[in-house]
Ligand binder design. Structure first.
Ligand code: HPA
Length: 268
């Protein structure tokens, strides 16, 4: 089911004259970029009809509209996750609102566990594909043909030009496949081995729902993960993951990720 975006767009447009073509969703511990937005109008999610409050630690819960690298942007400082208990249509609602407001390009970030043994904590990974293993799909239900097709093509979802741009800004970025799980528990060692066997390079609890609706509406998409821990699942090498450790690594990698995003926006 697609929720009506009219009231949300009206509420945002009443607070700012800007009409950004680019929106950024900031993941766990990656809020630093929101402080770099210039001439910012900060709109708490509570003032936007249909936006839910992000209850996850490290997610501020405000839409920041202003400029980054000289371009108009809307930055979601904090996202909604399926594991928080929201309906999946509520999780993706902001992306629907952005498109109705005129946004064309989505830049989406997250914190994830690394499955590819060549990765290490602190790496940044550009997504080139995904596996939806969440067990839900935000496109389920009646299709609004005015927004996009019933059966969206997923080949080329992660826009090649944007991926190349990201690599040109930072030559040390990894690239790979992200598998999304519902969470909220971190994976068991057996699950990690299975997910690696699927062909995934990283695992996390977000991003894929937003990507699905952005793709449905033919938006350009760049998604970048911060590998916050190596979720190996190798017997005898089991790493215990805590949310505190995830936030710590995400915060440390945050400045570098912010530089990548600002560099990409400058060149779009
Ligand atoms: N698994 C799932 N989600 C995550 C992880 C992880 O290991 N680290 C950060 N987000």
């Amino acid at each position: 089911m697609t929720l009506d975006t009219t009231a949300a767009v009206t509420a945002i447009a009443a607070k700012t004259k800007r009409r950004p073509k680019i929106a950024v969703i900031l993941g766990s511990g990656l809020g630093g970029l929101a402080k770099d937005v210039q001439d910012a109008t900060r709109i708490p999610y509570g003032e936007i009809p249909g936006f839910k409050r992000s209850t996850a630690p490290g997610h501020a819960g405000e839409l920041v509209v202003g400029t980054l690298s000289g371009k108009d942007v809307a930055v979601m400082n904090g996202r909604m996750h399926y594991y928080e208990g929201y309906d999946i249509t509520e999780v993706v609602f902001p992306v629907r609102v952005f498109r109705a407001w005129g946004v064309r390009t989505m830049i989406i970030t997250n914190a994830c566990g690394g499955l590819n043994p060549a990765f290490k904590a602190g790496d940044l990974m550009v997504l080139n594909d995904h596996i939806n293993f969440m067990g839900v799909n935000p496109l389920r239900g009646p299709n609004d043909d005015s927004l996009g097709p019933r059966f969206p093509d997923m080949v080329g979802t992660y826009t090649e030009g944007l991926r190349k741009l990201a690599h040109s800004v930072d030559g040390d970025l990894r690239e790979g496949v992200y598998v999304a799980v519902a969470g909220p528990n971190f994976e068991t060692p057996a699950e990690l081995r299975m997910l690696r066997g699927f062909g995934a390079d990283a695992v996390g609890m977000s991003t894929v729902p937003e990507v699905l609706v952005a793709r449905h509406m033919a938006m350009d998409i760049l998604a970048i993960s911060t590998v916050t821990d190596m979720a190996t699942g190798i017997p005898g090498q089991i790493e215990h993951v805590t949310h505190e450790a995830v936030l710590e690594v995400a915060n440390r990698a945050g400045n570098r990720l912010a530089d990548v995003i600002k560099g990409v926006i400058a060149r779009i």
